[in-house]
Design a protein around this ligand. Structure first.
Ligand SMILES: *Cc1c(COP(=O)(O)O)cnc(C)c1O
Length: 387
C-alpha cells in the first residue's frame, strides 16, 4: 500500500525551544543584528574551531563578501564545479570575475582535483570547492595546489555543517568557508549564513562589508556603551543576519548533534536497503570523510532499468514520495550556456551523473514509517522497471 500523504523531500525541524527563542528575540526589541547574532557567531566559531565567524543573511552573501574581501575582481578567474547550486558561480560573476569549471569525480561528485592544473592561467585567483551533499572534497590536494599557485580557497559549505575531513570539522581548512542556514539545510534559520576564517583581517573586512561598510554596528551604536559616530570604510552591502534568525541559529546549533544522529540513522537504513539493489548506486563515505548527510543522492544504473531518471521521479511521486535533483549542471543553464558558449560534452562526468541522480527525503523529522515508505516505494519502482 503506497502512503496516503505526500512526503516532501526536505523539511526543517522547528520545535518549541526554537519558537520560544524567536519569541524572545521579538520581545527583546533586538529584531535586527544584536546580542544574539554576536552570541551565535561566538558559538559557531567555537563549534567548528575557527578563530572568527561572521553571520550573514545567506551563504551566497558569505561567498560573495569573501571573494570581495579577498580582492577578486574584473579580469580574475575563479575555479569551481559545474555540479553545484548556481550561487557558487553567480557570486564570481557578481565580482566581475569569470567562473571556470572543472569536471567532477563521478563517485563523490566533488570537483576532480586532477583536472584543476589544466585550467590554471595567470588570471586564476581563487578556487571554490563545494562539499556536495555533505561529503568533503579532497582538501589536502586542493590546499597543496592552491599553495603552489597562490590561490584563495573559499569553501562552499552550504551542505557541510557537521562534515569532517580527516577528523576535522569543515570550517577551518580553506582561507574562508561559507555555510548556509537556508530552510532546507541541516541547520536552518529560514535564511542565513556564516563565514568562518582564521584570518582576522579578512573577517573584519567581511564584517564591515556586510553592513554598509560601516566600522561600527548598530549593536555598538545603540547600546549605552555606544556612540553616534561611525565611518564608512568601503561601499558596503546589506547582508547582516538578524537576532530573529540568530535565535533560531542558537537553538538549532544546540540540537545539531541530535539532528545529525537521526540523519545518520536514516542514511544507514537507506544504505542497507538500497545497497542490495544492483539497479542503484548508493552514496559513498570515503575513508577520510564524515558525511553530514545533507542530501541522500542515489544514482540510477540506467542500463539495468527500462525507465529514465525523469520517469523514476514521476513513479516515486505516484507513490507520494517527494524527491529533488542536485544539481542541474551550472553550464546547462541558459545564461551560462549563452554567455560562455558551453555545449553538451564540455563536462562529461557532471553531465553523465546528472542524468542518473535523485535526492531522496532525508531529514530528522522523518518517522520510522516515513523511512519504510521511501524504501518500499523505491523498491517497488525498481521491481517494475527492472530490465
Ligand atoms: C543552498 C546552497 C547555496 C546557497 O545558500 P543560501 O544560504 O541560500 O544563499 C550555495 N551553495 C550550495 C551548494 C547550496 O546548496
Amino acid at each position: 500500500m503506497p502512503r496516503q500523504e505526500f512526503l516532501p523531500y526536505a523539511l526543517p525541524l522547528i520545535e518549541e525551544d526554537d519558537i520560544a527563542e524567536v519569541v524572545d528575540s521579538l520581545k527583546s526589541n533586538w529584531i535586527s543584528k544584536g546580542p544574539k547574532t554576536a552570541e551565535f557567531e561566538r558559538r559557531f566559531a567555537e563549534y567548528v574551531g575557527a578563530k572568527h565567524a561572521v553571520a550573514v543573511n545567506s551563504c551566497t552573501a558569505g561567498l560573495y563578501l569573501s571573494l570581495v574581501a579577498a580582492g577578486i575582481g574584473p579580469g580574475d578567474e575563479v575555479i569551481t564545479t559545474p555540479m553545484t547550486f548556481v550561487a557558487s558561480a553567480n557570486v564570481v560573476l557578481h565580482c566581475g570575475a569569470k567562473p571556470v569549471f572543472v569536471d567532477i569525480d563521478p563517485v563523490t561528485m566533488c570537483l576532480d582535483v586532477n583536472k584543476i592544473e589544466a585550467v590554471l592561467t595567470p588570471r586564476t585567483k581563487a578556487i571554490i570547492p563545494v562539499h556536495i551533499a555533505g561529503h568533503p572534497c579532497p582538501m589536502d590536494e586542493i590546499l597543496a595546489l592552491a599553495g603552489k599557485h597562490h590561490l584563495f580557497v573559499l569553501e562552499d559549505a552550504a551542505h557541510a555543517v557537521y562534515t569532517k575531513y580527516k577528523g576535522k570539522l569543515i570550517g577551518t581548512l580553506g582561507n574562508a568557508t561559507s555555510f548556509s542556514f537556508y530552510a532546507t539545510k541541516n541547520l536552518a534559520t529560514g535564511e542565513g549564513g556564516m563565514v568562518t576564517t582564521d584570518d582576522e583581517a579578512l573577517a573584519e573586512k567581511i564584517r564591515i562589508m556586510s553592513l554598509h561598510g560601516m566600522n561600527h554596528t548598530a549593536w555598538n551604536r545603540y547600546s549605552s556603551a555606544g556612540s553616534w559616530y561611525y565611518e564608512v570604510l568601503y561601499p558596503g552591502y546589506k547582508d547582516n543576519m538578524t537576532d530573529i534568525q540568530a535565535g533560531l541559529g542558537l537553538t538549532q546549533l544546540a540540537k545539531l548533534e541530535r539532528m545529525q544522529g537521526r540523519r545518520e540513522e536514516i542514511a544507514a537504513r537507506y544504505n542497507e536497503a538500497f545497497g542490495r539493489l544492483p539497479e542503484l548506486e548508493t552514496p559513498v563515505e570515503l575513508e577520510y570523510a564524515r558525511h553530514a548527510w545533507h542530501l541522500y543522492i542515489i544514482k540510477l544504473n540506467l542500463d539495468r532499468l527500462t525507465i529514465d531518471r525523469a520517469r523514476f521521479i514521476e513513479e516515486l511521486k505516484g507513490q507520494n514520495i517527494g524527491t529533488s535533483v542536485h544539481f542541474i549542471p551550472v553550464h546547462f543553464h541558459p545564461y551560462y550556456r549563452d554567455t560562455f558558449g558551453y555545449k553538451p560534452g564540455d563536462y562529461p562526468q557532471a553531465e553523465a551523473v546528472f542524468g542518473r541522480i535523485i535526492s531522496l527525503p532525508l531529514y530528522p523529522r522523518m518517522t520510522d514509517q516515513d523511512i519504510r515508505d521511501v524504501i518500499e516505494a523505491v523498491q517497488t519502482v525498481v521491481e517494475h522497471s527492472r530490465r
